[in-house]
Design a protein. Structure first.
Length: 91
């Protein structure tokens, strides 16, 4: 497993919202566009880009899901204390 990865995410309040966003992505909508329009995280204005981070920098559930993704892969809903995330590994 890598020590450092680059990811983007979309943060929403409910699992239903996250499931609907994942379906939109699976149909070909652009991750960055959805993030800009619906993400509750300030990173949404940058298309959800979180930059590069190492292990131990994100909450446990987010980190566990992010570090198993392959480059270009998008997760299903990931629940954390902040809400539900859809995570995309960029690098």
């Amino acid at each position: 497993m890598p020590d450092k990865i680059h990811c983007a995410h979309i943060l929403v309040k409910t699992e239903t919202e996250a499931i609907n966003i994942k379906a939109r992505l699976d149909k070909g909508e652009k991750f960055g566009s959805i993030a800009k329009n619906v993400s509750l995280c300030p990173s949404g204005k940058n298309g959800g880009d979180l930059g590069t981070f190492t292990r131990g920098k994100m909450v446990k559930e987010f980190e566990k899901a992010a570090f198993v993704l392959e480059k270009g892969q998008t997760s299903g809903p990931v629940k954390t204390q902040f809400g539900y995330h859809i995570i995309k590994r960029l690098e």
